[in-house]
Ligand binder design. Structure first.
Ligand code: T4K
Length: 379
């Protein structure tokens, strides 16, 4: 039998929650040839420096230091901000890295509840958890949504505490009035293969405080100051030239890719909203990046039923973010922090496949299956 025609192959291959978006290979090869010629492969080479400059302009941010991945960005920022041994108020509705980086860096996470509509930290719940033991607040723009970020930054200012935003999902998102990366003390980004903008693996720390970004540059390079002395120990979190060149190649494509995400996101909403049993995250942004397609179903049972039904049809959504990180065994010791809104959202959330080249026909097929899976599902 000869190879399957493209359409038939597509119908048979599984549909994953995310597929990395790739630029034309020739564009990347052009940069690789330069790297081959120069033999500068890493250690703050010309591509890493160019990417930092271009990201500063694009995001925009006063200063940006690129690093090897989004998790190391969190570690370095937490290390540079200071307060090891103290408490950090944070969200349980996030990916593991947000919470594990706190524990690894010697902080105690204190979980606040989330807003039922934005899915981000609820400012009131954060305020309730501030006291003398708190070093700072680690908040997440979940699924790229910056809802509530200005209020959280204000709480940090009022209490004279640092605010770190985990902006792993929000590349390309803008807020009204100022840069998203001016809010709070610093923000960390992830450029993982599955993200809106990627460098295969990668990340960054952005901040309005240039001194802090300089500190990150030292810490990502073993802590070396000049070439001989280390005043406080760092690690190796540098971004290689091949990774940075991927970022330089991808950046000019990003706005077009976001437009294609938007088309698919809006189609899902148009198809699912009328059924009355699906609700959506409330997005508070001047420009949103359509990073993910989270939906809320009426109950955990109906969510799990739809999840299994989709899987049975070769469609692989994810339950981002279930369970809550506050339920991780290493933290709760049988008595997890109570965050009722976050628990309700985590129990009902399902993240549907979304990426720029997901065929629109597949969006219709997935939405159709979600509706069918809900028929007869108990509330
Ligand atoms: N903070 C937050 C809020 C985060 O969400 C993340 C990461 C971080 C911090 C840390 O940033 P990094 O250190 O990762 O830069 C994925 C990603 O690996 C992770 O980056 C992301 N968040 C998280 C939300 O999703 P998994 O465990 O779900 O990945 P995985 O391997 O199951 O991949 C997801 C789907 O993508 C699969 O269906 C397969 C597909 N895929 C994946 C890769 C890696 C591909 O088609 N090609 C690929 O190369 O965590």
């Amino acid at each position: 039998m000869g190879p399957l025609p493209t359409a038939a192959r597509r119908a048979r291959s599984p549909i994953l929650v995310v597929r990395p978006t790739l630029p034309p290979l020739l564009e990347y090869e052009r940069h690789l040839r330069r790297i081959w010629r120069s033999r500068i492969l890493t250690n703050q080479g010309p591509y890493a420096l160019a990417l930092e400059r271009r990201l500063s302009r694009y995001l925009p941010a006063a200063d940006v230091a690129v690093v090897a991945n989004g998790t190391l960005a969190l570690h370095l920022a937490l290390r540079a901000l200071g307060g090891r041994g103290r408490v950090v108020v944070t969200t349980p509705f996030t990916f593991a890295a947000t919470t594990t980086s706190l524990a690894w860096e010697g902080y105690t996470p204190r979980f606040a509840d989330i807003d039922p509509e934005t899915f981000n930290l609820d400012p009131e719940s954060v305020s309730d958890r501030m006291d003398e033991s708190v070093a700072g607040v680690l908040s997440v723009h979940v699924f790229g949504n910056p809802g509530g970020a200005k209020e959280i930054a204000k709480i940090g200012r009022e209490h004279h505490r640092w605010v770190l935003f985990d902006a792993a999902h929000s590349f390309g998102t803008r807020v009204t009035g100022r840069s998203l990366y001016d809010l709070g003390t610093a923000s960390t980004l992830s450029f993982h293969a599955t993200k809106t903008f990627h460098t295969f693996e990668g990340g960054a720390v952005a901040s309005p405080r240039r001194v802090l970004v300089e500190r990150i540059r030292t810490l990502r390079n073993f802590g070396l100051e000049g070439s001989e002395d280390v005043r406080s120990p760092g690690l190796n979190a540098k971004m290689s030239e091949a990774h940075a060149a991927m970022g330089v190649t991808n950046l000019p494509h990003i706005d077009g890719w976001i437009q294609r995400r938007r088309r698919r996101f809006e189609l899902y909403r148009d198809l699912l909203a009328p059924c009355g049993r699906v609700t959506f995250q409330r997005i508070d942004a001047r420009r949103y990046n359509y990073a993910y397609m989270p939906i809320l179903l009426p109950s955990r049972r109906s969510r799990d039923r739809v999840f299994r039904d989709l899987e049975g049809h070769g469609i692989h959504p994810r339950r981002y973010f279930y369970p809550l990180t506050s339920h991780f065994t290493f933290l709760h010791r049988g008595n997890p922090a109570r965050c009722p809104v976050a628990e309700s959202v985590a129990n009902r959330v399902l993240t549907l496949p979304l990426y720029p080249d997901l065929p629109l026909g597949q969006v219709r097929r997935i939405a159709d299956r979600v509706r069918k899976g809900l028929v007869g599902a108990a509330a």
